[in-house]
Design a protein around this ligand. Structure first.
Ligand SMILES: Cc1ncc(COP(=O)(O)O)c(C=O)c1O
Length: 439
């Protein structure tokens, strides 16, 4: 269903809500520029309705969460909410926690190696990353982390250690210990930097490093796709130096890239994988899943868990994640993500000759167009104007990359050809307007 080219965005009710929120929420949280606020009322499939009744086409999957479509696991949560909404996660857990951990094992390590995977559940994505970093210390006794420029692993203090976007780290640097070594993240097709990164990797002193923390493809960093050899090289390096390889698949995991996981593109098996976002499709639940032999570095608990939280294994989240994993594990879902990604790629590549478009890139349903000025400068200013213009057209998209010059295109996999064509056309029109060219 196409939006009706609404022009009343932001609508009066959203503007009223923005004014109220401004009074009571920390000002560094919600972006409330006068041309921006859209408060959501309901959502279904690829559509969102705002507080003014406008229907918008969601090309973000709401931060990559609604891969299976908005409301996908609503039935599961409705059924579960009549039974049990909270249990005592690490003391008297919900029955569903068992099934969720079994499914996580089946879709990851059992599928890759036949060996069972063991899970540490969390709430937000960053908690899964922090659980993985703690696990690496348990395994190796070493606190050092090797991470990558442009990396985004969430904003908790542990996850910030791996952050490769300085802006997020800088204000808190003094409270972060100096345990991280960062390398550039390679970009597919950039052979010169790839060779440099390989050399830099070989020159890293591994003696203090316990973990390599990496996204198979960078999301917030600007939808950056590395060569397939990248993860293979990291795997070999980790094996050689007995370092734990942590793949942060919070964004790329579960069919976002046209494969079940980003690492399936390079047939690389991690030691630990972090999942969140579309794991539940809308409930704050995350997971750090590891090879059983790695996870067993944690000692048995005698009643006081070393790593836990009040809402660990929340039954509503478990019910949603089980429903979502059932569909994600079906090869038909992966096939659909692959096909939709191919169709999307073919359509968006047509924009390569439009003003400011430096490049199209992507895999599966994780695509982007990079915008640059004629002199090569990243066009973050154009990208934000484009995003705001598209919002007026009823299309939700977001800028990515530290300079904000990458338009991320990450819709749910139920997106139709007609909707893709509509978005391509609106981007074309808006780019021409911004470039001063009549369509
Ligand atoms: C790759 C990656 N890791 C971790 C996170 C953090 O997840 P959360 O915001 O749920 O803490 C994100 C969020 O965008 C992400 O993209």
């Amino acid at each position: 269903m196409l939006p009706e080219l609404v022009t009343s965005i932001p609508g009066p009710e959203s503007l009223r809500l923005a004014a109220r929120l401004k009074e009571v929420e920390c000002r560094n949280t919600t972006y409330l520029s006068p041309d921006w606020p859209v408060f959501w009322e309901r959502a279904e499939g690829v559509n969102v309705w705002d507080a003014d009744g406008n229907r918008l086409l969601d090309f973000t999957s709401a931060f990559g969460v609604a891969t299976l479509g908005h409301g996908f696991s609503a039935k599961a949560v409705a059924e579960q909410s009549g039974l049990l909404v909270h249990a005592m996660g690490d003391v008297h857990p919900a029955r569903l926690k068992v099934e969720l951990c079994e499914r996580l094992s089946a879709i990851t390590f059992e599928r890759w190696t036949g060996e069972k995977g063991k899970t540490l559940l969390g709430n937000s994505g960053f908690e899964a990353v922090e659980a993985a970093l703690k696990t690496a210390v348990m395994v190796t006794g070493r606190s050092g982390i090797l991470s990558f420029e442009g990396a985004y692993h969430g904003l908790g203090y542990g996850a910030l250690l791996g952050a490769g976007i300085e802006w997020f780290r800088a204000p808190f640097e003094k409270q972060l210990s100096d345990v991280t070594r960062r390398l550039p993240f390679p970009k597919l097709g950039d052979y010169e930097s790839w060779n440099g990164i390989l050399t830099a990797l070989q020159s890293v002193d591994p003696s203090a490093i316990g973990a390599v923390l990496v996204e198979p493809m960078q999301g917030r960093g600007g939808i950056v796709i590395p060569p397939v050899e990248f993860l293979c090289e990291l795997r070999s390096w980790c094996d050689e130096h007995a370092v734990v390889l942590i793949l942060d698949e919070i964004y790329t995991g579960l069919n976002r890239t046209g494969k079940p996981f980003g690492c399936d593109w390079s047939d690389t098996v991690p030691d630990l994988i972090c999942l969140g976002k579309s794991l539940s499709g809308g409930f704050p639940i995350s997971a750090c899943v590891g090879k059983a032999s790695i996870m067993d570095a944690w000692p048995e608990t005698h009643g006081e868990a070393l790593h836990t939280s009040t809402f660990l294994g929340n039954p509503l989240g478990c019910a949603m994640a089980i429903a979502s994993l059932e569909t994600h594990a079906d090869p038909v879902t992966t096939r659909l993500a692959w096909d939709r990604g191919n169709d999307m790629g073919a359509a968006f590549r047509e924009l390569c000759d439009e003003p400011f478009v430096a490049e199209w890139r992507g895999v599966g349903l994780m695509q982007a167009i990079e915008l640059r000025h004629a002199d090569g400068r990243p066009a973050g200013d154009v990208c934000i104007d484009l995003v705001k213009g598209l919002l007026k057209d009823g299309i939700l998209v977001l800028p990515d990359a530290p300079e904000g010059h990458v338009l991320a295109l990450t819709p749910p996999l139920g997106i139709s050809d007609e909707e893709i064509a509509f978005v391509v056309e609106r981007i074309r029109v808006r780019l021409r307007e911004l470039g001063g060219i009549s369509s």
